[in-house]
Design a protein around this ligand. Sequence first.
Ligand SMILES: C[S@@+](CC[C@H](N)C(=O)[O-])C[C@H]1O[C@@H](n2cnc3c(N)ncnc32)[C@H](O)[C@@H]1O
Length: 311
Amino acid sequence: MRELEPLSELPLSLSRDDVARAFEPFVGRRVKVKDPEWAAHMKRRKKKIVIKGARRLITRWLPSGQRRETEIVEEYDQVWGGDTYARYDLDRKPDRLSPWEWQGELMLAATVGATRFRQVMLAAVIEAVRPGRILEIGCGNGINLFLAAGRFPEVEFHGLELTSVGYEAARRLQNDHETLPRSLQKFAPQPPADPTAHRRIHFHRGSAAELPFEAGEFDLVYTVLALEQMERIRQQALAEMARVTAGHAFNIEPFRDVNAKGWPRWNVFRRDYFRGAIDELEGFGLQPVWATDDYPQESFLKTAAVLSRRI
Ligand SMILES: C[S@@+](CC[C@H](N)C(=O)[O-])C[C@H]1O[C@@H](n2cnc3c(N)ncnc32)[C@H](O)[C@@H]1O
């Protein structure tokens, strides 16, 4: 199992305070383990994992027990439909809080806040690696790219997404707004250097299993909870990611290393999420440089952030 490093040990200009500050607007409240609302959340989630986990134990060999493309598209067509960018509005009260933890603290927080602190981490990686061309695989409605492009206007950004609803939402935002909407500028952890940079992002529709790019086209390829969805195509997706980068890969994903035991393990199993190990990347020609899980974590689904270099 790969050793995970604290944030302070990474060769990045990034502190715990930077991460905490980005997440703070989305932390409803900090709680103790006996807090009734926290306890109710934990009970509900555990019950769901037991019931759905038991069902999957029986059906895991059948198509209905596996997370296949049709199911993913159905789910994310919903997620990226409607007013998909409203959730990033800092002035809007979040619909739902869920259990998060970090540094021994328990928090009821809005999941969308994670997009904000992950952006801080991604920006620190871009600053360290200095790529000219970047690809996000599984970019959803493009939020990570919109924020990063504003911050690094000199970089050429590409995003690839499976669902037409996610892809079209991103294209609409580009076409309908000459400058990045105010609410997204505010959501960005740092004000954009160029609020028109979102218009230059290249969006593609396709699957991670077969990327429509030449070998080594990018200097940095990244994923944020996208491999999560790709357990059924794990080998192809990792091989394709490695093929198209000539420099680095950066993945914030539920690697097996951080979900090896307890409730997270059963949650990953019941959802049929990604279960690849960090050291597995080497088999695809990606040498891990560092790995960390030192940032807020969902109590039932942990992730590790891993930077690797193409070898
Ligand atoms: C949890 S969302 C994350 C979206 C985005 N990375 C973010 O951080 O907001 C996972 C995304 O991966 C996409 N996805 C799942 N399987 C895919 C595949 N085979 N190829 C490309 N994208 C895929 C889904 O459609 C969804 O938009």
